[in-house]
Design a protein around this ligand. Sequence first.
Ligand code: GMT
Length: 376
Amino acid sequence: MKIGITCYPTYGGSGAVATELGIALAERGHEVHFITYRQPFRLPSFLPRVFFHEVDVGRYPLFEFPPYDLALAARMHEVVRAHGLQLLHCHYAIPHATSAWIAREMLHETGRDIKLVTTLHGTDITVVGQDPSFQSITRFSIEKSDRITAVSEYLKGETYHAFGCTGCDVRVIHNFVDPLVYDRKRYAPLLREQFGEKQCVIMHVSNFRPVKRVRDVVRVFARVRDTIPAVLVMVGDGPDRTAAEEEARNLGVHDAVHFLGKLDVVAPLLAGADLFLLPSQSESFGLSALEALASGVPVVATRAGGLMEVVREGETGFLCEVGDVDGMARAAVSVLSDRTAWKRMSTAGQHDARARFSRASVVSDYERLYEDALAG
Ligand code: GMT
């Protein structure tokens, strides 16, 4: 198949999943064209059958807000025609699926057609899409897609609940993890070199948006540190980084908190971590938690949305209510202070991630979905 993929190329789970899906599809012989405003962050410079088409938004003094959605639609139209694409897979309903619909309407003018597949990742449904100014266009873009997927049962439910979409058939295709990349045994113990053997390494990876509650990460860590020698490694960057740094200073743990900034490759770090914290307000899936589990890192997170489908309570990690800093700290101490329990959880996480979220089976699910769309 000849497939176009549009995603947010920046640091984030949806871009990571979209890119890794494209790479896996190309490995299976499909031709994959990424159409985005920047090279996706997890896309290496060259891979056979993988192409990147940059969307140039242009800057004209007339436009206070350059019309990215239209530039994207025009680029999609151009790439579909130039390369004979059969299908566009958009990650996020707005604006990507909306642009794809415009591109398809333009193609109809010349008697051609293309199938549209949209994957919902969360923010478009749970936050932006429910803003009154975007509600109707989000719903429209979902309903105009030939196939719609959501990354969790939770998100599927939210989609029906928020938008009705009675005529839609939202299918759940979970996110996936590459077991060869997220493998504890594969990497040199970089973090141990830096922090030694005697301290537990607690880790958080995100874009530090308010929804991630990064101050709770620091608060949980400070409580854990009252009992257990530990360091906190914060990977990523975003609006709440300063607040997290300030919280670390206020709680007197700043010397033990290490902010590494944005890193494209996190697997070698995860492979050296003892515990992963994800105290989010809302999470439609929680890809970073899955990557941690696959790397043998028990997860302490919140009972928020899709995280309940990713973390098996008591088996691969612990789930607490949003904001329950004491509960998360108790859970973290319980697993970090009992080596046998930690080992059991670490092994269970690696097995469960491979069994339920394997790259091979999820990529096959998408392949079948595409074939079904093309046949329909
Ligand atoms: O969580 C974010 O802020 C980034 C966002 C994105 O677009 O990458 O993540 C969403 O999609 C990921 C991939 O499907 C999911 O793992 C995240 O749970 C989801 N984020 C939210 O629902 C807040």
